[in-house]
Design a protein around this ligand. Sequence first.
Ligand code: SF4
Length: 110
Amino acid sequence: MRTPDPTLDRRALLRRTGGGLALLVLGPVAAAVEGCGKKALSCVDTAGLSFADAQTRVTLQYVDRALDPAKPCRTCRHFRTAGEAACGGCEVVKGPINPGGGCQSWAART
Ligand code: SF4
């Protein structure tokens, strides 16, 4: 008679795969949500931009969340705010700009 292999216990297997599956499914959702269920501001819609303006975003490596936390758009001289909870604008990079975003053309205010 075979003795059950403790490493193949169904509960343990479900726990392991269920946990991994939950991370796989809920990870991106959790990343899009900040704090107490507040949805993160997204300023990535470039549908209304010309090809050249959209290309500038790519060339200057605009991202919706600054790679350098010390240099977010909200502190850049080129940023035009529409409030902290709304997409603003930029003199250099056209289209919606996240106050927490960033790009290669960040410049300190003088
Ligand atoms: S130049 Fe770059 S860092 Fe500055 S506001 Fe525009 S997109 Fe943000």
